[in-house]
Design a binder for this molecule. Structure first.
Ligand SMILES: NC(=O)c1ccc[n+]([C@@H]2O[C@H](COP(=O)([O-])OP(=O)(O)OC[C@H]3O[C@@H](n4cnc5c(N)ncnc54)[C@H](OP(=O)(O)O)[C@@H]3O)[C@@H](O)[C@H]2O)c1
Length: 267
C-alpha cells in the first residue's frame, strides 16, 4: 500500500530510542524527512546516523520538551532543514517517578502534566501556523493504555495521559476545518529498552529467570493481554505511519490502541 507520505516533513519528539525511534525510522522509510529530538545529543546523533545510513532524510536536535522554548526551536529547525512541518508525532513523555499515590507529591503531578500535556500543547501551537497555511496536517499523540484504563498505581502518569487523550480529541474538533487531523495511538506493554531494563533489574533482584518475572508481571498487571506478550516498537510505528498518511484521510479524533488486547472493554 502506498501511504503517499513521500515529500512530507515530520517532527518526532523523544526519538533517540524506544517507540519514538521506531516511528522516526518507519516514517523515513516511507520517504518522510524527519527531525528528531531527545535530551541526550549522543543518542540523537546515533539515531540520525542510522536513519541516514538506511537512505532516509533526517536531522536531529537535542531538546527537552519539558522546557519552555523547545517546541518553537524544534519547529524552526525543521523549517530551516526541510522547509515546513506536515506531521507532528508527540511521543516524548512518560513518568519520571515510578510510585503509588502515597509517594506522589504535587511536583510529581506537575511534572507529569508538563511532560505529557504541556509539551504537546506547545508543539502543536508552534507548528499550527504553517499547517493552517497549507491546509494540511497530521498530529499524532502517543498516549497509553492507562489513558482509559488506569492501574492502581502511577496516578500522576495515568491522569496526565488521560488529559493528553482528552486534548487530542478536542484538538481534532477545532482543527478539522484547517485540514489538520488529530489522533492518538495508545500503546500497552511494549518491549522498549526501558521496560526490558526494569525486567532485567527485577530478575537480578529476585534471583529468577527474566521470562518468569515477565510472565508474573503480565499475570498480575495485564490480565486483559489477549496476545500474551509485549508488543514490538515497530508494531506501534506501523499504526502511526498509517495515521500520518494520505490513506487515513477520514480519520480524526480517534484513539488507536496498540496493546495486544490489554484494555478490557470496547470503548
Ligand atoms: N514503553 C511502553 O510500554 C509504553 C506504554 C504506553 C505508553 N508509552 C508512551 O510512549 C512514549 C515513548 O515511551 P518509550 O517507552 O518509547 O520511552 P523510552 O524508551 O524511555 O524513550 C524515551 C525517548 O524520549 C526521550 N525523552 C524523554 N524525556 C524527554 C523530554 N523531556 N524531552 C525530549 N525527549 C525526551 C528519551 O531520550 P532522552 O532521555 O535522551 O531525552 C528517549 O529518546 C511515552 O510518551 C510513553 O508514555 C510507552
Amino acid at each position: 500500500m502506498d501511504l503517499g507520505l513521500a515529500g512530507k516533513v515530520a517532527i518526532v519528539t523523544g526519538a533517540s530510542k524506544g517507540i519514538g525511534r521506531a516511528i522516526a525510522m518507519e516514517l523515513a522509510r516511507e520517504g518522510v524527512s524527519v527531525l528528531i529530538s531527545a535530551r541526550g545529543s549522543e543518542a540523537v546523533d546515533a539515531t540520525v546516523a542510522d536513519i541516514v545510513a538506511q537512505g532516509g532524510r533526517c536531522a536531529g536536535m537535542a531538546a527537552d520538551m519539558a522546557e519552555q522554548g523547545a517546541a518553537e526551536a524544534l519547529v524552526e529547525a525543521a523549517i530551516v532543514q526541510f522547509g515546513k512541518v506536515d506531521i507532528l508525532v508527540c511521543n516524548a513523555g512518560g513518568q519520571r517517578k515510578h510510585a503509588g499515590f502515597d509517594d506522589l507529591d504535587d511536583q510529581d503531578f506537575l511534572d507529569a502534566f508538563t511532560d505529557n500535556v504541556l509539551s504537546v500543547v506547545r508543539l502543536v501551537r508552534a507548528a499550527l501556523p504553517g499547517m493552517r497555511e497549507r491546509l494540511w496536517g497530521r498530529i499524532i499523540t502517543i498516549t497509553s493504555e492507562v489513558s482509559t484504563q488506569p492501574d492502581r498505581t502511577f496516578q500522576h502518569y495515568a491522569a496526565a495521559k488521560a488529559a493528553e487523550l482528552n486534548l487530542t480529541k478536542s484538538l481534532s474538533k477545532s482543527l478539522a476545518r484547517d485540514g489538520i487531523l488529530v489522533n492518538s495511538v495508545a500503546p500497552g506493554l511494549i518491549a522498549t529498552p526501558g521496560n526490558e531494563e526494569s525486567f532485567e533489574r527485577g530478575a537480578r533482584e529476585q534471583g529468577r529467570p527474566i521470562e518468569e518475572v515477565k510472565a508474573d508481571f503480565v499475570r498480575k498487571f495485564k490480565p486483559g493481554l489477549a496476545l500474551g506478550r509485549a508488543g514490538e516498537v515497530e508494531e506501534v510505528a506501523a499504526v502511526v505511519a498509517l495515521l500520518a498518511s494520505e490513506r487515513a484521510s477520514y480519520v480524526t479524533g480517534s484513539n488507536f490502541r496498540v496493546d495486544g488486547g490489554s484494555v478490557i472493554g470496547i470503548t
